[in-house]
Design a binder for this molecule. Structure first.
Ligand code: ZN
Length: 199
């Protein structure tokens, strides 16, 4: 028998690893859940188990979905020859909310970072080069964030795609420096896509 401290501490430690939550807010969140065990904690635990089991990464683009291919990759109408490269799924969702892009995506799963020792092989860059070769891609649109690492990654990809017979463009910089796609309104995303420039 124990007072449950060890179990609860383990949960707090796990929760504190979420972005934006430190140990203090993790502790508050766990106590909040404990106070609503039946109405919030148990249903949430069940949902997490379900999502962890049912939802996976698209084998082609890295988006989330319930099958081998995500809904975008499985839709033949989206085989436009355009691939929009984004850093993560949140950015993909932001592009989809903007409703301006009708092609397919490629989720890198991060950006190159010397500081964090993230190289091209840690990202889905080799897979992108394969797709450009195999899928009749005519244009790669880089929709990477205007951070230093985002722009380094954009340049790396543009260089890797040189002489591959594919046009490489980048979203117009209506995007504020350091601003992430997820924080932009739909109109700004649409305008940045329409005004995209050759890299
Ligand atoms: Zn996909």
């Amino acid at each position: 028998m124990s007072d449950g401290t060890r179990e609860i501490e383990a949960l707090i430690d796990a929760m504190a690893r979420l972005p934006g939550l430190g140990p203090r807010s993790a502790r508050r969140a766990v106590l909040h859940l404990m106070a609503r065990r039946a109405t919030l904690m148990a249903p949430m635990a069940e949902l997490m188990g379900h999502v962890a089991e049912a939802v996976r990464d698209c084998a082609r683009c890295g988006n989330l979905g319930t099958g081998d291919l995500c809904a975008v990759c499985a839709d033949p109408a989206r085989a436009t020859g355009e691939i929009c490269v984004v850093e993560d799924v949140a950015d993909l969702w932001a592009m989809e909310r903007g409703r301006a892009f009708r092609g397919r995506y490629h989720v890198l799963g991060g950006v190159l970072s010397a500081l964090d020792a993230v190289g091209p092989d840690e990202l889905r860059i080799p897979l992108l080069l394969e797709r450009v070769r195999d899928e009749g891609v005519t244009e790669v649109i880089l929709a990477l964030n205007a951070t230093v690492d985002g722009q380094t990654t954009a340049h790396y990809i543009a260089e890797a795609l040189e002489d591959r017979g594919v046009q490489v463009t980048s979203l117009a910089q209506g995007v504020p420096i350091g601003g992430e796609l997820d924080y932009l309104d739909d109109g700004t995303i649409q305008a940045a896509l329409r005004a995209r420039k050759r890299v």
